[in-house]
Ligand binder design. Structure first.
Ligand code: GLU
Length: 517
């Protein structure tokens, strides 16, 4: 990780000092891949510049928020490896990190009262019926819906007295009639007209805070320098710029990235299939592949290489290279990257990662009962190159250990080709030198394979002197050991099946060879 370097600021960043970004999920569901991408861009940006990456839980929607959702979101972020520097679970100097706690501490009320005192906000006593009526009228005239500022005419002292007497009131932000520019790193400067923004509520009559207000109060308190989030929040940024200014603060630099779309162009949702990080984890995708894939959805590295490790992405990530065009979710590409990341794993790491999947597929039942841990690790390494997801492993490993009945096999005629009996006898005679895969440690796999390769080399040499083509050696062994003509490489098969099973199968193939017929 780069050292924290406060002097490094990306172009467009108006705020001097160390970079501080936040991912601000609402805990109303599981972590969607779209939100994971927002978290990732914040993480990459902060890590690239040695800044701080903060988690803030936006749980002001009490009815829809839950601690379970918060915990599952944090667990998914941790699984992805997007570790944070400050957050609700680890604390920090700018807490609390849950909006509900900030609300309880009176932080939003104080901020709203400050705006009231500075005449930048006012109490509103209008009933819901009146507001509904206003909305209807605006719709009928084709006007932008917005509050008509009736309560703005009430003297502050009078309004305060009515509130003190217990009359319910909201607090509205008085929208100044100025042009608004959101200086967005991805979209460029984006202008909005304040004329279409009505005076919005910042504090409800029950004391609940509105989203646009809470976010700004918190971003100021947490000294956020860059707001990186989905472009569905771009119009919110217009309101937030106004609140920043009213609070006497420069807005942060903004970066609104495109949303993830399904192949049909609609926003990625359940009807397209899996959408949450948990879904993908359960389907056997690696966090490194998900990170790689999500990063590439609208960012591109400077070189051609697409398979990238997290550190490589951190090293290169810049918001300036994030495209504004919509990101289409392409499961084929994720599959391709997942396969590549699986191939990169050590035998030991693969074995660990596969554990839940082999259990899910039926535990020990999936494998023949006599398979040792050592044999399993070899079989796992054997299928490694053909896995798209970890969930593919169960059936492939089972096949690895399975002998298709020779008598019914289509390869039976080939087993009787000239030289096959001699191959079997030679292999049977040399089998005592085949190592037993009894170890547990995956690190031993390469050495074991090496012994099997050496044995095969000797058999090949012996075949050559006996005028038996190498093809006969390899095909006879493969067909005898599996009953099939294709499959994992022979050194894997010999080691994974182990000397006892190899002997058993070679002996069982004797009656089908050239000499037996
Ligand atoms: N809580 C908002 C959401 O989940 C994020 C708001 C923000 O990043 O400003 O969409």
């Amino acid at each position: 990780m780069p050292e924290r370097n406060p002097s490094v600021l990306p172009p467009g960043g108006p705020v001097p000092g160390p970079v501080r970004v936040r991912f601000a999920p609402s805990p109303t569901g599981t972590l969607h891949v779209g939100s994971a991408r927002t978290a990732l861009y914040n993480y990459l940006f902060a890590r690239h510049l040695g800044g701080s990456y903060i988690i803030r839980i936006e749980d002001t929607d009490v009815a829809r928020s839950s601690l379970e959702h918060e915990q599952s979101i944090l667990a998914d972020l941790a699984w992805l490896g997007l570790d944070w520097d400050e957050g609700p679970d680890i604390g920090g100097d700018h807490g609390p990190y849950r909006q509900s706690e900030r609300s309880d501490a009176g932080i939003y009320r104080q901020a709203a009262e400050r705006l009231l005192n500075e005449n930048k906000a006012y109490y509103c006593f209008c009933s819901q019926e009146r507001l509904d009526e206003l909305k209807k009228e605006a719709q009928a005239h084709g006007d932008a819906p917005g509050y008509d500022r009736r309560c703005d005419a009430i003297e502050h002292a009078e309004a305060a007295a009515r509130v003190a007497a217990g009359e319910p009131a909201t607090i509205r932000f008085r929208v100044p009639r100025t042009d608004i520019v959101v200086k967005d790193i991805i979209h460029g400067p984006t202008e909005f007209s304040s004329a279409v923004i009505g005076d919005f509520i910042i504090l409800r009559s029950d004391g609940g805070v509105s989203y646009n207000f809470a976010v700004v109060v918190d971003d100021i308190a947490m000294e956020i320098t860059h707001v990186i989030r989905g472009e569905d929040h771009l119009t919110n940024a217009a309101r937030q710029v106004l609140v920043f200014e009213a609070m006497g603060h420069e807005p942060p630099a903004w970066a609104h990235h495109s949303l993830i779309m399904g192949p049909d162009g609609g926003k990625l949702s359940k009807r397209h299939g899996a959408t949450s990080v948990g879904d993908f984890r359960g389907m056997g995708y690696l966090s490194s592949a998900i990170i790689n894939y999500l990063a590439l959805l609208s960012w591109s590295p400077s070189g051609e290489q697409e398979k990238l490790a997290r550190e490589e992405i951190v090293g290169e990530f810049e918001l300036q290279r994030v495209a504004k065009s919509p990101a289409i979710f392409d499961i084929q590409k994720l599959n391709w990257l997942n396969g590549l990341h699986i191939r990169d794993m050590s035998a030991k790491a693969l074995s660990e990662a596969l554990k839940p999947f082999l259990d899910l597929a039926g535990g020990a039942d999936v494998m023949p009962p006599a398979v040792s841990d050592g044999q399993l690790v070899v079989a796992e390494a054997a299928v490694q190159t053909s896995l798209v997801t970890l969930a593919d492993a169960g059936s492939q490993i089972r096949e690895f250990f399975t002998l298709s009945p020779l008598a019914e096999s289509e390869c039976l005629p080939e087993l009787s080709e000239e030289g096959s009996a001699a191959v079997l006898e030679m292999a049977l005679a040399g089998l005592d030198r085949l190592p037993e895969a009894e170890y547990i440690d995956g690190a031993a796999v390469p050495e074991l394979l090496e012994s099997a390769r050496a044995l095969l080399k000797e058999w090949k040499k012996a075949c050559k002197s006996a005028d038996i083509p190498p093809k006969r050696l390899f095909r006879t062994l493969r067909i005898s050991l599996t009953g099939r003509t294709s499959g994992p490489e022979l050194p894997f098969l010999l080691t994974g099946l182990g000397p006892a099973t190899v002997r058993e199968r070679l002996e069982a193939a004797r009656p089908f060879t050239d000499q037996a017929l």
